[in-house]
Design a protein around this ligand. Structure first.
Ligand code: IVH
Length: 711
């Protein structure tokens, strides 16, 4: 006999844990601290251990995993798990109608066989995870199996129960006696990053991509490990139903699964369209959204929407004829590292870059990939001659993901004694050079920093070029027509050594340069002249002080108000007392912390940097006196806003400037710390996230009201 109290307590704990779990994993809005969840979970585990009869097949305690298995059991699929045929588009083909030739053939065939025009299709993402089949009896998850060879798979029920977004019991009032659902187990990109960080911390091997991480996690004999891995799931098909009416279209199937509590992608990502034009439109739209989705997809899947039409089309070999996968260009490819070179950034930061055998990846030909910094090269152990996986996702800079060690070039080396030999890599591990490849100055690396820097400052032509480019850029001195090609030439011909030299250029010399006529030379001189009249904030930003971006430059201008006063802060800072006082003065400016304050002092402590400022003022660079603000009216002080979509009248820069002038901050992504999301036309995933988190959403009119009246 189990005491009634324990029965009631177990039921209460189950209900609480299910609710908190849902809030945490599905809504991303936990209402209790993790420790409270853990405490309740431990209590329920203890209760169930005392009274095994209390162990329900949908108990949340199953989420934490159980004792390791010796091996997975085999499961024969009642309905075979099929694969999809693929079509590809050649995005390098210019003619849009030729680009999607294979897809057009698919649509023509379907239309012909069905004698329907246009055909109605359901479109959805092709998830890059692994297929799984879930069996629910009387609403309770009783079995989960991998695809295996399509006929027999492995039983991974205990592992799948740890997938927090997946219901252990179906909800709603139309629960069938039996339901077999097919879908994809995957890992969100953020969870994958977190997992790899944890692997680093443990000194364990990193996973190459979210798909591998998901597969490795699902096929764990110890489900307690799976439980820690944060897997996700999306349903995409039904294999069997008993005791309920089978919905008539694919879209209705998905809506029904959602009503039963199964995770299905949001409506916007599974539209129903008609004919080839509809398919192509979806492909392009999904390709554009791909980088901003929280999980990897490797294409889209088109399914004839109506089930009666699906049945008429039937199957070929091991794939349905009513569906096809349309693959995106791969984001990863194999290529060879031909050399590792160092690039010098504006502030001297040295970035190792892999020069690659050209390879087509992510829709473009890639010849270079960043290796970030020395630690990163050593961690990945990238060497010249190595075959590597390069990745280019969306617009991001291509990077080397990992080395294919099996393909590393090796040579024979003398062994431990005269008679044996062993193999050793042809190339040694990477070493950061001790001298700048551009100017030969020493490279220095502070212990607490990942980046190494060239110590040459503006003596280094690489840094000089970029300093000039930054100085002339739109948000700095805004010198129209002074592009990087021109700057390269000016520096290489020795026409410009310091920033002030720009103001001594004459049209005659400029006209003699490559791709420069008299007219453009005249225009450039006029633009340079016009840039002399600027604002203090722009001027400070244009100096390119490390860690001083536009917002900090504006804060400095507003609160210090005078370039002389700013430079004076660096006077005598060899004395620790003076240095401390100056740091305090700087840190009294809102949003300036110790790191930024140090950078500012170090910059102005350099005599040649002060000379640069003096020289610029001497050639006539000037700005109106700043009204030093302790703090003017700051209706949005302390508030964080996120901009998304296109506003009717304000540009993004304008909206940002207004918000910052009102004391607010503009962040790039929505989180629990966001106070307002300002949404315009074609707002994207940020708006969805704001809605999910319950963040206040305003339009342009609402923003203007906030600016006036405050939050
Ligand atoms: S439907 C009857 N829909 O693609 C066909 N499959 O080659 C059943 N996949 O390993 C598949 N996203 O796991 C379907 N939205 C989607 C999918 C999808 C990914 C995977 C599936 C299988 C492979 C099929």
């Amino acid at each position: 006999m189990i005491p009634t109290d324990d029965i009631q307590r177990a039921a209460a704990l189950r209900a609480l844990l299910n609710r908190y779990g849902r809030e945490y994993y599905e809504l991303d809005a936990p209402t209790v601290p993790d420790a409270e969840y853990d405490r309740l979970m431990r209590e329920l585990i203890a209760l169930e251990a005392r009274h095994p009869a209390l162990r329900a097949p949908d108990s949340p305690t199953l989420r934490v995993g159980g004792a390791p298995l010796a091996a997975f059991a085999q499961v024969t699929h009642a309905v075979p798990m099929l694969s999809l045929n693929n079509v590809f588009s050649d995005m390098q083909v210019e003619d849009p109608s030729a680009r999607h030739a294979e897809l057009s053939q698919f649509d023509e065939r379907i239309a012909r066989e069905l004698a329907v025009l246009p055909v109605e299709y359901a479109v959805e993402p092709k998830f890059d995870g692994l297929a799984i089949s879930l069996l629910y009896r009387d609403g309770v998850l009783v079995q989960a199996a991998t695809r295996g060879d399509g006929v027999t798979g492995e039983e991974v029920t205990e592992n799948v129960r740890t997938v927090k977004r997946l219901p252990l019991r179906l909800t709603g009032d139309n629960v069938p006696a039996l339901l077999e659902v097919r879908g994809e187990v995957l890992m969100f990109k953020a969870d994958f990053e977190r997992l790899n960080q944890a692997q680093d911390a443990l000194g364990e091997k990193r996973f190459a991509n979210p798909r591998n991480a998901a597969a490795g996690s699902l096929r764990q004999l110890d489900s307690r490990i799976t439980a820690k891995r944060r897997l996700s799931f999306y349903a995409y098909a039904i294999a069997r139903i008993e005791g309920a009416v089978w919905p008539e279209t694919h879209q209705a199937e998905m809506d029904w699964l959602a009503a039963l509590g199964l995770p299905v992608v949001e409506h916007a990502l599974r539209p129903v369209v008609s004919g080839l034009a509809g398919l192509i439109g979806c492909y392009e739209a999904m390709l554009a959204r791909r980088p901003s989705l929280p999980y990897d997809i490797d294409g889209v899947v088109y399914k004839v929407n109506r089930r009666d039409e699906q049945d008429r089309l039937g199957f070929v070999a091991r794939a349905p004829r009513f569906a096809v996968a349309h693959k995106f260009p791969a984001e990863e490819a194999l290529t060879v590292v031909e050399a590792i070179e160092e690039q010098v950034g504006r502030t001297g930061a040295i970035t190792p870059v892999a020069r690659l055998t050209p390879v087509f990846v992510g829709g473009v030909t890639v010849t270079n990939a960043t290796l970030h910094n020395q630690d990163e090269v050593l961690r990945k152990d990238v060497r010249v001659g190595d075959t590597v996986i390069v990745r280019r996702a969306g617009d991001v800079i291509p990077e080397v993901v990992s080395v294919v060690l099996d393909k590393r070039p090796m040579r024979e080396a003398a062994g431990v004694d005269l008679f044996s030999t062993s193999l050793e890599p042809v190339s040694p591990p990477y070493r950061l050079p001790s001298q700048c490849p551009v100017c030969g100055s020493h490279i220095v690396k502070q212990e607490d920093e990942a980046v190494a820097r060239c110590s040459g400052g503006l003596f280094c032509s690489a840094q000089r070029k970029q300093a000039l480019w930054h100085f002339a850029s739109r948000r700095a001195m805004d010198i129209d027509g002074l592009g990087d090609k021109l700057i390269d030439q000016m520096v290489e011909r020795g026409m410009v050594h310091t920033l002030a030299d720009l103001y001594r250029l004459d049209a005659e010399r400029l006209a003699g340069m490559e791709r420069m006529g008299q007219k453009s030379a005249d225009n450039l001189v006029a633009a340079i002249e016009a840039s002399k009249h600027t604002s203090l904030a722009r001027f400070i930003y244009a100096l390119g002080i490390r860690n001083v971006g536009e917002a900090t430059a504006r804060d400095l201008a507003r609160h210090i108000g005078d370039i002389g006063a700013l430079m004076a802060l660096a006077d005598g800072i060899d004395d620790p007392l003076v240095r401390g006082r100056s740091l305090d003065t700087l840190m009294a400016v809102p949003d300036i912390g110790p790191v930024v304050a140090e950078s500012i002092l170090d910059f102005f402590a350099e005599a040649h940097n002060r000379e640069v400022v003096d020289a610029l003022v001497a050639v006539g660079v000037h700005w109106p006196q700043e009204a030093v603000a302790d703090s003017g009216p700051q209706p949005l002080a302390g508030k964080t806003l996120v901009l998304t979509g296109t506003l009717p009248t304000l540009s993004r820069d304008e909206a940002k400037a207004l918000i910052e002038a009102a004391g607010g901050k503009v962040a790039g992504s929505v989180s629990g710390k966001t106070d307002y999301v300002v949404a315009g036309e074609a707002a994207g995933s940020k708006l969805d996230k704001a809605q999910a988190l319950g963040v206040a959403i305003v339009d342009e009119v609402g923003l203007l009201a906030l600016l006036e009246r405050g939050a």
